[in-house]
Write a protein that binds this ligand. Structure first.
Ligand SMILES: [Cu+2]
Length: 144
């Protein structure tokens, strides 16, 4: 059984040119005001094969959704929940305001503690990201 497994791993290593090598940079978590969800941005640098970010989880939140922005039929940008984010080979996926982002619901940590978020990729890899959350700034809301 073990030999078969080793053989299988060897074959996989030959077939799959490289695995994704992802580094998370500049993580940024903003807590929502009141009951509103938090948002997380991060830059995912990938030095390997393409993969997909398929989910995220944190002991500090009830659940995390992957959100993208799409134009609705009236031409307005709206957030939509998606199943995965593509991470390009030898490239970068930037989660940023107005683009892809993580939406974190049900904060159960402490405001002054760092939060830990685990990112799960399609190839089975996970990365842990820590960030010191900031409060979303009321000044920047402009009433909408
Ligand atoms: Cu969102």
């Amino acid at each position: 059984m073990k030999k078969i497994f080793v053989l299988l791993v060897t074959i996989l290593a030959l077939v799959v040119p490289a695995r994704a090598e992802i580094m998370a940079m500049q993580p940024n978590v903003k807590l929502g005001i009141g009951e509103r969800p938090a948002v997380m941005f991060v830059k995912l640098h990938n030095k390997g094969a393409a993969t997909r970010l398929v989910s995220a989880a944190s002991p500090d939140f009830e659940r995390i959704e992957l959100h993208a922005h799409k134009k609705n039929p009236y031409g307005m940008m709206r957030m939509v929940k998606v199943d995965a984010f593509q991470v390009p080979a030898n490239g970068m996926l930037a989660l940023k305001p107005g683009g892809h982002h993580l939406m974190l619901f049900g904060f159960k940590g402490k405001k002054d503690d760092t939060v830990a978020v685990t990112l799960q990729f399609a190839d089975g890899q996970t990365i842990s990201v820590r960030a010191a959350p900031s409060q979303r700034d009321k000044m920047h809301h402009h009433g909408h």
